[in-house]
Design a binder for this molecule. Structure first.
Ligand code: AMP
Ligand code: MG
Length: 471
């Protein structure tokens, strides 16, 4: 789209979610910069974003080792139990054979003696290095020891059952089979999941460079909005949004500046926004952006930055303000001097749904995350849509209705129908003020614009949030 989102004509027409995301991506590209980095101990790294390329300093596993308890041997040198001949000299194998055990290799205590010769084996435990001359491990369950001496001592014999089924290299983990020495393991932008920190630990790294977390300032707005813990005045409503937003932000590793509740008063809103812009990388408010309402967020924003009021063809969450606050470069957390601003709608479900559609992708982009995919065919790193919750196709468990001209996000839960199939059902009443509809939600059911009725049994796309309520 060539029209700048700050062009007054921009707000005249209804935008689709995809158009809004693409315009948002273009605007953020202008303020995007690589976040500063710091080194942290590995234990502090989960939930952070990697800021360096990780090249493996070693093979993982470091040595070829046993994947089972049993004996190590050279497959090609298995003798035939009947004749004592090496295998390679005979066309067929008998199913038993007997080997001499020359010692043992234990995890952490590798064998340091001579290499195995034909007809010899070594006791070995899972994770122990394979001795020189061995390439195969036979598991304990196939073995019977005939011990004239102590375990693993010279003189001990082992009888192997099922010799014909033994394949060269079985039950052996090759050195470097997980990670090869010198290979690239991770790139900047990797979100440090439990698996990622496990992999870094397996490389022996005690600390790692990560991006500094973004700081996001949040406000609730509205004369009726009351902090939990206070007495609810007549006409009051408790402030749900600040708490759901703090939780959504923390889940993304964001540092939150919780700046409380603002009354519906332009002067205080604009002073607060000005202040927040000097301290945060992004500012988010909820409430006060509805068209027709005494609208202080909008006019306050016009005074301290650029604002676009978007009408988005979605429910819940049609009105959404996006803007850039001017921050004095000297004291701004953002070196670009511009701090992105989101004015989310006040209805609590709309707040969360618009956060998931627009703010979450923006945060992931600005925090330096890269979507690292195995397939090279994944979307380009600059498109914001890749940071929305993943879309899956499920089967509707009930008939769903929508206003045809906009996308509807029903809150959904996966349940088993009477035939034991997984289907998706709404979580109950779906008004944008019914926050309990998010309580059971594992996904947002997307009923696309142009679809008024979706029948039970038909395929439906969902944005998967997971059982914790966020991807
Ligand atoms: P607004 O967008 O300010 O017109 O608010 C829309 C609806 O959301 C109104 O019913 C508000 O009372 C409600 N609302 C606004 N902010 C909050 C909040 N922080 N927590 C709960 N409800 C809110
Ligand atoms: Mg309000």
């Amino acid at each position: 789209m060539s029209l700048s989102c700050f062009d007054p004509r921009f707000g005249e027409r209804m935008l689709s979610v995809d158009e809004a995301l693409s315009v948002l991506g273009e605007s953020l590209a202008g303020v995007m910069r690589t976040p500063r980095s710091e080194r942290v101990a590995l234990a502090q790294a989960p939930g952070r974003v990697l800021a360096e390329t990780v090249i493996s300093p070693l093979d993982v596993p470091a040595q070829t080792n046993a994947a089972m308890d049993g004996i190590a041997l050279a497959r090609a040198s298995l003798p035939d139990a009947a004749s004592g001949e090496p295998l390679s000299d005979r066309g067929e194998l008998s199913d038993h054979c007997e080997l001499s055990v020359i010692g043992s290799s234990l995890a952490g205590h590798p064998w340091t003696g001579r290499a195995l010769a034909a007809g010899e084996a070594m006791r070995i435990t899972t994770g122990a290095a394979l001795p020189a001359g061995a390439d195969t491990v036979v598991m304990q369950e196939q073995l019977e020891y005939r011990s004239t001496q102590g375990e693993g001592e010279a003189g001990e014999q082992v009888v192997i059952e099922g010799v014909t089924s033994i394949r060269r290299g079985q039950n052996v983990r090759q050195a470097g089979e997980d990670i090869a020495h010198g290979s690239q393991v991770m790139a900047p932008g990797q979100w440090l999941t439990p698996a990622a920190v496990g992999v870094l630990a397996s490389l022996g790294l005690a600390e790692v460079a990560v991006y500094r977390p973004l700081t996001v300032a949040i406000f609730s707005t509205g004369d009726e909005v009351t902090a939990p813990g206070e007495t609810l005045p007549a006409g009051g409503i408790y402030d749900a949004n600040r708490f759901s937003l703090v939780a959504l932000l923390r889940d993304q590793g964001i540092e939150v500046l919780d700046l409380g509740i603002l009354s519906d008063d332009e002067a205080s809103v604009s002073a607060a926004l000005r202040d927040a812009a000097t301290r945060a990388d992004m500012v988010i408010t909820s409430g006060g952006v509805s068209v027709g309402e005494a609208d202080h967020v909008r006019s306050a924003l016009a005074a301290c930055g650029e604002l676009a009021l978007w009408r988005i063809a979605m429910r819940p969450g049609r009105p959404l303000a996006f803007g850039m606050l001017r921050a004095t470069p000297a004291d701004a957390a953002s070196s670009s001097g511009q701090v992105p601003f989101f004015g989310l709608p006040g209805n609590p479900v709309a707040t969360m749904v618009t956060f998931l559609q627009f703010v979450l992708p923006a945060l992931r982009l600005l925090s330096g995350q890269q979507r690292l995919a195995k397939a090279e065919a994944s979307a380009s790193a600059t498109t914001l849509a890749q940071w929305q919750a993943p879309r899956l196709q499920l089967i509707a468990g009930e008939t769903l209705r929508s206003r045809a001209e906009r996308v509807d996000y029903h809150r959904g839960q996966v349940v088993l129908d009477d035939q034991g199939r997984q289907v998706v059902m709404t979580t109950g009443r779906q008004g944008s003020g019914i926050l309990t509809s998010m309580l059971l939600a594992e996904c947002l059911i997307e009923i696309p614009a142009g679809c008024a009725t979706l029948h039970a049994g038909e395929p439906v796309m969902v944005q998967w949030l997971g059982s914790r309520g966020i991807v």
